[in-house]
Design a protein around this ligand. Sequence first.
Ligand SMILES: [Fe+2]
Length: 293
Amino acid sequence: MSFILSSIDTVDTISAADFTKNYLNPRRPLVIKGLTKTWPARDKWTPEYLKQVVGDKVVPLYDNSKADPAKPINSATTHMPFTDYIDLIKSQPTELRIFFFNIFKQAPELLNDIVMPKDLMGGFLESMPAMFFGGSNSVTFLHYDIDLPHIFHTHFGGRKHVILFENKWKRRLYCIPNATYALEDYDVLNPDTKKFPALEGVQGQEVFLEHGDTLFMPTGYWHWMKYLDGSYSLSLRAWDASLSRKAASLYNLAVKGGIDSVLKMTLKSGYAKFREELAIKWANRELKAGKPY
Ligand SMILES: [Fe+2]
């Protein structure tokens, strides 16, 4: 392991004051095991129940290769009725994932089964809860979210391995300029540090989420996730209170995304190569300088 991983603080419950002081303000991740104790979803959202309420709606499925709103090319590997997909992940390992599924549009009654943790912080984007499903062995590649929300990520129905890196490490992680993912989809559990020397010594945090656990992932954190069992997660997203972060979110969405696609169209493969070279140059420069501090 070339990364230096520590465990994420875990509590059963936390007061708003402690959460704000020790996690929200300093941007530290936290696992809250008991946040869902008041949620009907904790007992109700079995695979059978979800099948019953969502039904045969055909859903797009993605494999372990990159698929993210941050990427201009975001094409599904295949499609399948939701019920068949749930049967698949409960019966065998599969790379196939459902990604950013607005399940509440399909089954609005599910919204009654969750409780927004408004007692911990404000700014929730209530219209945007999304769910993620994965088979045992499926992986969400390393990236951070382009619109920089704080995320409460609650897991259901199995275990999920999560590795996080603070955004300050992005150059050491070979972040592609103007993008929210790395140069190559390297193996986060066993990265090739001969090929990517700047990964050596990068510090991150790790957790194995279990049914009902909620991970607080502060704005800008890089995340890599592996479903150990066929299981699913809910992401509740909240804007940061500070104006500068809001501005940064908008900048990421409007300006960076725009520049990125314009340059990409104009320069095509030359641009891709240029960005890859820049990612390597930046990674090596930071490594040499012993950054980030
Ligand atoms: Fe994400």
